[in-house]
Write a protein that binds this ligand. Structure first.
Ligand code: TEU
Length: 537
């Protein structure tokens, strides 16, 4: 039997913004449990919860102060157990974000580590002496701007933080740290969790020789926090030692049944696809990995082909996880708007393209409503890099505003209190109760159901068909089924001639008239046929 995760659709819930149950303006576990039917009815197989652990919420939970407790903001362990049970009752798996690379500065480990150079936890974080002129030990940048080093007067040393200064990096070269981390993972597996999304999975280790990074060309802004870009970050991340840790983690999860781990590879461009391959190759590392390759502005056939083909070639026995959105990037309907006929046309198109890819598929709450990025005023922002660098950096609040359930209810049904980020009219207009019978939500359901019922889409192989831009085309083949998938990535109409008999099994803005296939702007078709279909532009 194929492992459940190989063809799964994973639905990402951002707990702060899904459903508030206690009226404090922040979503919680009880709220998620209440809304599980929405996710089950969509046809998802698994829920990924962004962090729910104790945290001062400086980076919205990606700064953990206790790995084995639930933040009171979200509820308690009983609420967690109830959520898992209710999800399992509906056939849904649940995985949780594990932010292992760094902790909060409020974690007991760091509170102790920072006070002296000779306590129990002194070597649990990455400490280094200043250079003779007092400056930081290397030129490494924090992902959220400025140096990746912060001075601690109590020790007279700097500590490493690849993200906020309030997110000190753990020292994975210390075996005690690794043991402690594995213990915390075990805690959740013992509670019945189905796996982990591993945050910043390539940042665990740093170069112990503390070499400075070489300069690099500026890269396009992707995460809406990206201030990096000026360095080739080879010494503060993606170190070779990482693989050994992934193997230990896998050995742990293999002691349980049906566990899945998906790693977030914090890297851009082609290199990110290579790392995805390295981290998932064989059966002793991660089950799958994703990168930011498809989460950026790039929207052309060559790019998507390169991502998929690059992965196939680099890691024939690895497994990718593809998604177009998450809580760190502008929503795709807005991000790719320059290629769109309309918001809805882009929403359908992106759904159709994503669900046709080989690998596991991730969607982010609200994507199934065709949601757009929320426009916010400076005073409404909560994301630290945005507050610090606005307006050069817009930050990630625009994709994190609350889920909208009922357009005319207070805060569109998200909360009876004042929500931590506002619900705006443009988003409320796409609420669940506003979705038409043939609207975007229905289209996601249909497309997910199509993918699940299709052997070719859920586990077939992929062979690309040579086409000029802006057309992406490939054939997915399983023992019992062949589908040719054709996508028009532009707002203009394109026609194709077919040799061989075919039907449009599923699609949008597509028509087949005898041997002529027409794709209107943002049109796509999954063509079912016997082998031997020829298609030309
Ligand atoms: O994000 C890490 C992250 O987004 C970057 O490493 C990314 O890979 C890079 O921008 C690509 O250029 C995770 C969480 O998803 C995010 O919400 C947290 O803020 C961050 O880690 C720190 O924990």
């Amino acid at each position: 039997m194929q492992e459940w995760w190989r063809s799964a659709v994973v639905y990402q819930v951002y707990p702060r913004s899904f459903q508030d149950d206690n009226g404090d303006g922040v979503g919680d576990l009880k709220g998620i449990t209440r809304r599980l039917d929405h996710i089950a009815e969509l046809g998802a197989d698994c829920i990924w919860l962004s962090p729910i652990f104790a945290s001062p919420q400086a980076d919205m939970g990606y700064d953990v102060s206790d790995y084995i407790s639930v933040d009171p903001l979200f509820g308690d362990l009983d609420d967690f157990d109830e959520l898992i049970q209710s999800a399992h009752d509906r056939g849904l798996k649940v995985i949780v974000d594990q932010v292992l690379s760094h902790t909060s500065e409020q974690h007991d480990w760091f509170k102790q580590s920072r006070v002296s150079r000779d306590n129990d936890k002194a070597d649990w974080y990455v400490w280094a002496d200043p250079l003779p002129d007092g400056s930081p030990p290397t030129n490494w940048h924090s992902h959220f701007g400025g140096p990746a080093w912060e001075f601690e007067p109590q020790r007279g040393q700097y500590f490493l933080h690849n993200f906020l200064a309030s997110q000190p990096d753990l020292n994975f070269h210390n075996p005690d740290v690794v043991d402690a981390i594995l213990e915390t993972c075990k805690f959740w597996l013992d509670r019945g969790l189905d796996g982990f999304r591993l945050d910043t999975v390539n940042y665990y280790f740093h170069d112990q020789k503390l070499r400075s990074n070489p300069p690099a060309q500026a890269k396009p802004q992707v995460m809406a926090t990206d201030l990096y870009g000026m360095q080739n970050n080879i010494y503060n991340k993606t170190r070779p030692e990482n693989i050994g840790f992934l193997e230990r983690l896998r050995a742990l999860t293999d002691q349980y049944s049906d566990i899945m781990m998906v790693g977030e590879v914090g890297e851009m461009g082609h290199r990110s696809i290579e790392i995805m391959g390295e981290y998932t190759a064989g059966t002793k590392r991660l089950h799958m990995a994703y990168s930011f390759a498809m989460l950026g502005p790039d929207f052309n056939a060559e790019h998507f082909q390169n991502c998929i083909q690059g992965f196939q070639r680099g890691a024939p026995d690895g497994h990718p996880y593809w998604s177009f959105s998450n809580h760190d990037v502008p929503r795709q309907v807005t991000r790719w708007s320059e290629y769109a006929v309309s918001e809805d046309a882009m929403a359908r198109f992106a759904c159709g393209m994503l669900m046709s890819f080989e690998g596991t598929i991730g969607i982010y709450q609200g994507e199934e409503l065709g949601q757009t990025e929320t426009e916010l005023e400076f005073a409404e922002l909560t994301d630290p890099p945005a507050i610090r660098y606005w307006p050069a950096v817009k930050g990630r609040d625009g994709c994190r505003t609350p889920m909208v359930w009922e357009k005319d209810a207070p805060n569109a049904g998200f909360s009876t209190g004042k929500p931590w980020l506002p619900v705006k009219a443009a988003q409320a207009a796409k609420a669940v109760d506003q979705q038409r019978p043939h609207g975007i939500l229905a289209f996601y359901k249909e497309t997910i159901a199509f993918r699940k019922a299709s052997a070719a889409l859920s586990h077939g192989t992929t062979a690309f068909i040579k086409m000029p831009e802006p057309i992406l085309a490939f054939t997915r083949t399983a023992a019992t089924e062949t589908l040719t998938c054709v996508f028009n990535l532009s707002p203009d109409t394109h026609t194709f001639s077919l040799k061989g008999e075919a039907q449009i099994a599923h699609g949008a803005a597509a028509g087949l008239d005898g041997a002529k296939l027409t794709l209107d702007g943002n049109g796509f078709a999954y063509l079912s046929h016997k082998s031997g279909l020829k298609i030309s532009a």
